[in-house]
Every structure is written in structure tokens, then in C-alpha cells.
Write a protein that binds this ligand. Structure first.
Ligand SMILES: [Zn+2]
Ligand SMILES: [Zn+2]
Length: 284
């Protein structure tokens, strides 16, 4: 029997944000890989300058137009979807419904990359270089590491409640640059925070992403989320979406074998794929 392969990716960045590949080259590569669908999810614009997101609302509309153009051009060969990976940072990000409506999006992947200290309004970037992680945590939360982690999950919870993302991106990405240095992800308080968020994901019927990027970039040994969280998610019947979080055409299906292995270990037998206008369960 043929080895099971995943022929989809719903989390793909482009040159409109910090991705390195164009929309059309990504589609051509997906067709070469015999993908059935490719979803684009550049980082949504935010209200401050940065090197990783779509810069302006004008650029957002150009991105939407270009994805739409190639969606039509390659119709019949591959299904192409318009989406965003949107941050939620109170006071700094656009409401998801506004982005949804403006772009006629198929879905939004909601994720936390910047954690806000609500008293000082300072932001802690959890996704940058290893050294900046510790420095940012110290600067933003004044050495109170636990408070920083609590705020990360709190922000995610508020996002789930208020912004209603379709998919939760890399739920425990906060462990990536930590390497057990500033907090321990085996501590009960950490696990309780992750479990609380997982409960909310189940309650609000949001899809949980199984993200392979940290693994194939060799930033950490686990997928996002870690195996223990996936086992808990399976218990709660939370549907999952496998994604490579590709920033280059060479990454479209990277880490998918590992995702299949880990999902099998966690008991999952199905994954969700977006088909025309809704998420459907498919056998793994
Ligand atoms: Zn992300
Ligand atoms: Zn991403």
C-alpha cells in the first residue's frame, strides 16, 4: 500500500509578508507535488511597522487580488484559497471580521507572536532570534517569566472568544525559543494554562493546527503543539489541520511525515481539509 501523504497546505506565506516565494511559484510547486489544495495565509497587516507582515491595507487588497487571479488561472488543476494568519494584540491589530469581510477570506488562522504587557503596552516578540526571546521577556515582564507566559495564553483565549479565528496557529509556540530556560513546560501551572486554552478551543469549535515549522527548521524537537497536548486534544475531540507554515516553495510539505507519525501516536485518525467553502474531515 502507498504510504499516506498529505496533499494540502493551508498555511502558506508569500512575498507580501515575510515569505520568500511568489504566489504563482507556490501554486506551481504545489501542483508539481500533486497537491489538491493550497491556502495562502500571509501575515495580516498590523498598526505598527515591522519586517514580517503585509505592510498596508492597500497591499492587503493587492494580495487578495493576486490570490484571486491565480485561483481562477489554475482552476481545475488545484484549489487555491484566500486566507490570513492574523495576530491578535489588543490595540494593535484589526478586528478579524473586518479583515474577513474586506478580503472575502475563506478562513483566518489566528496566532500570537507578540505578547503585550497591558500596563506598559510593551510587546514581547516570542518568534524571533533565540537571544531576543530572553531579553524581550526580561524587558517586557520585568523578570516575571510566569506572567509573560500567562499573558501569552490569556491573549490567545481572548482571541478565541472575541475574534473567532477558524484555526489556532502553533498553540504552544512559546516553548520554541524557551528551551526550558525561563520556565518549565512540564510544570503544573504551565500545563494548566495550556489545558485551559485547549478547553476553550473545544468549546468554541476552533480547529487546532498541527504545525511542523519549528521541527523542520530545527528550532525544537516537537511539533506545535507538543504530543501531550495532542493527546489531550484527541480526548476532547478537537479537529486538527496539518500545516507546514511554509515561507518558501521548498517547505510546502516539510515535516508532514513527522506530523503523521505524531498524530498516529496521539490517537488521531482524521484531519480536516478545507474544501470549497468548509472544513471537512478526512481519514489519515
Ligand atoms: Zn505564525
Ligand atoms: Zn505562519
Amino acid at each position: 500500500m502507498d504510504k499516506k501523504q498529505i496533499k494540502f497546505n493551508f498555511h502558506t506565506h508569500t512575498i507580501y509578508c515575510d515569505g520568500k516565494s511568489s504566489i504563482e511559484s507556490s501554486i506551481k510547486q504545489a501542483i508539481a507535488l500533486k497537491f489538491q489544495a493550497l491556502g495562502f495565509s500571509s501575515h495580516a497587516p498590523v498598526s505598527f511597522e515591522n519586517p514580517w507582515s503585509i505592510t498596508t491595507m492597500d497591499d492587503y487588497m493587492k494580495y487578495i487580488e493576486e490570490v484571486g487571479f491565480y485561483k481562477k488561472k489554475y482552476k481545475g488543476e488545484i484549489d487555491v484559497y484566500k486566507a490570513l494568519e492574523a495576530d491578535y494584540i489588543p490595540g494593535f491589530t484589526y478586528p478579524f471580521d473586518f479583515l474577513r469581510e474586506k478580503g472575502g477570506l475563506d478562513y483566518i488562522i489566528g496566532g500570537i507572536h507578540l505578547v503585550k504587557n497591558e500596563e506598559t503596552e510593551n510587546l514581547w516578540f516570542i518568534d524571533g532570534e533565540l537571544e531576543l526571546f530572553g531579553k524581550g521577556l526580561k524587558k517586557t515582564f520585568n523578570g516575571d517569566n510566569r506572567k509573560g507566559v500567562q499573558q501569552y495564553f490569556y491573549q490567545m483565549n481572548v482571541m478565541i472568544e472575541n475574534e473567532k479565528p477558524d484555526v489556532i496557529a502553533h498553540m504552544d509556540k512559546i516553548v520554541m525559543n524557551n528551551n526550558e530556560r525561563f520556565f518549565s513546560s512540564t510544570d503544573k501551572w504551565y500545563r494548566d494554562l495550556a489545558l485551559e486554552t485547549l478547553g476553550l478551543i473545544a468549546e468554541k469549535q476552533v480547529l487546532l493546527e498541527v504545525n511542523t515549522r519549528g521541527f523542520y527548521k530545527k528550532k525544537c524537537k516537537q511539533l506545535f503543539p507538543d504530543l501531550w497536548i495532542l493527546k489531550e486534544a484527541k480526548e476532547k475531540n478537537i479537529p486538527i489541520v496539518i500545516s507546514s507554515d511554509a515561507h518558501h516553495i521548498s517547505e510546502l510539505d516539510k515535516g508532514f511525515d513527522e506530523a503523521l507519525r505524531v498524530l498516529k501516536e496521539s490517537g488521531y485518525k482524521e484531519h480536516s481539509v478545507y474544501n470549497k467553502n468548509l472544513w471537512e474531515a478526512q481519514d489519515l
